[in-house]
Design a protein around this ligand. Structure first.
Ligand code: UDX
Length: 430
């Protein structure tokens, strides 16, 4: 079986490499020739641990290669994974233009049976649309199937998640499609859920929306914890030991970000609105997330009285550790707010770079956290990079103008920081 993975973003590149690791011959396809050139040379176009080693290994084993020739790639492969982007439109719905374009190219170039497998996160009903788009574009009515096989990998842990998934979801309405996918994933030692394409598509949204809801729940509860003098981490531990609740995704902070949760929550809300079935809990999940960062801003404003003329260090830009991705990162919201209130910002992140909107006279990018905190009136921790835990905070204090710490990820030990003489404010642990 020859496999084509169309789209070499996070999901596509990881999927292609994991399939090669499982022993399949894989072609990665992208219209972006620069990306293809980089991949052909053994470089990953984004930061994700472990992928480059695997890429080099399989370029050498010959099990993976990359191309931007769509027509040939479609003809040469039996199974085609769709891993192209589905960005949000302004109304929150998922923009399927790249999926449609690819489906039409597949239809046009089909010369034998193909199984098209959708891994991109798409609205319920997309499998039916993709089937129609392919059929309409076909020059000859070759048989084909379209299946849904959502991906649950996390940035920063992409390789482990994709190699050792908790479950494989296969949404297929033909036994042939389901059996090809089962054969493809035969080495995976986890439960397989074989279901309809619509169900598989909804499972992906429902999973991300549920996790986002857990986060917004603990985030809102954390603010009450501060008021009650209760530690939210202990509450999370105490409730999370109940296996019906679980310990994960109860880490309170300044809100979730990234390329999935915000987009998927808003897409699911859009789907629910279109069908006239409100998902009111999810509406609150989104609304809590949009304002969560303001809690820390408000606390800092109370402490500093105003931000005008103050120097603030932001430690961490990426939406979470282990990635250089800054999409929907809480750090950017905080920076935007501080700049609007005329603060000067000194930013550090070990891998992420300043986005164009922060290339600003009042923003300085620093190469170390020590440099970032020089002469500042407050430090905001926006991403829980482990390196910020091992900083010599005692020494850092000496170079700060005022020792104010606003820990947006509850990364540091509040008691210890206070003992070192810091004014410390976290999210529900103060
Ligand atoms: C997520 C899903 O986990 C993954 O299954 C899906 O395929 C893609 O979306 P990802 O966006 O890479 O993965 O990151 P994840 O680790 O889930 O974190 C998302 C956001 O939630 C981050 O901003 C993180 O900081 C935040 N988060 C996570 C919390 O604020 N608290 C938590 O307890 C967990």
């Amino acid at each position: 079986m020859n496999i084509l993975v169309a789209g070499t973003g996070y999901v596509g590149t990881t999927t292609a490499l994991v399939l090669a690791e499982m022993g399949w011959n894989v072609t990665g396809l992208d219209v972006d020739q620069n990306k293809i050139r980089l991949l052909q040379q053994g470089s990953i176009p984004f930061y994700e641990e472990g992928l480059e080693v695997l890429l080099k290994k399989h370029l050498q084993s010959g099990r993976i290669h990359f191309t931007s020739n769509t027509d040939e790639a479609i003809k040469d492969n039996d199974v085609i994974f769709l891993c192209v982007g589905t960005p949000s439109r302004s109304d929150g719905s998922a923009d399927l233009q790249y999926v449609k374009q690819l489906a039409e190219e597949i239809g046009h170039n089909m010369d034998s049976y193909k199984l098209i497998v959708n891994k991109s996160t798409v609205p319920v009903g997309t499998q039916i649309k993709v089937t129609d788009w392919i059929r309409t574009a076909q020059l000859y009515p070759h048989p084909f199937d379209v299946a849904s096989n959502p991906e649950f990998l996390r940035e920063g842990k992409a390789l482990t998640d994709a190699l050792y998934p908790d479950r494989v979801i296969i949404g297929a309405d033909s036994p042939q499609a389901a059996s090809i996918l089962k054969e493809l994933y035969q080495t995976m030692n986890c439960p397989f859920v074989i279901t309809t394409p619509n169900t598989a598509e909804l499972i992906k949204y429902a999973a991300n929306a549920f996790l986002a809801t857990k986060i917004s729940y603990i985030n809102e509860l954390a603010i009450l914890c501060d008021e009650l003098g209760v530690n939210v981490g202990e509450v999370a531990h105490g409730i999370g030991l109940d296996p019906r609740i679980g310990l994960s995704f109860l880490q309170a902070g300044i809100g979730y970000g990234g390329s999935c949760f915000p987009k998927d929550v808003s897409a699911l809300l859009r789907i629910s609105n279109v069908h006239g079935i409100p998902l009111s809990i999810l509406e609150q999940t989104e609304s809590v997330n949009q304002t969560q960062y303001l809690y820390l801003i408000t606390k800092a404003r109370e402490r500093l009285r105003e931000f005008d003329g103050k120097k603030i260090a932001l430690l961490g830009l990426s939406f979470k550790p282990g990635t250089d991705d800054i999409r929907e990162a809480a750090s950017i919201r905080i920076a935007r707010r501080l700049l609007a209130e005329l603060a000067h910002i000194r930013v550090h992140d070990p891998v992420a770079k300043l986005p164009p909107e922060l290339l600003h006279d009042s923003v300085t990018f620093c190469s170390t956290p020590e440099e970032a905190v020089e002469d500042v009136d407050a430090v905001f921790i926006c991403t829980e990079w482990a390196m910020y835990q091992s900083i010599d905070w005692e020494r850092m204090k000496e170079s700060m103008n005022q020792a104010n710490l606003f820990d947006g990820r509850n990364l540091l030990d509040a008691k210890r920081m206070k003992a070192l003489g810091y004014y410390y404010q976290g999210i529900g642990n103060s």
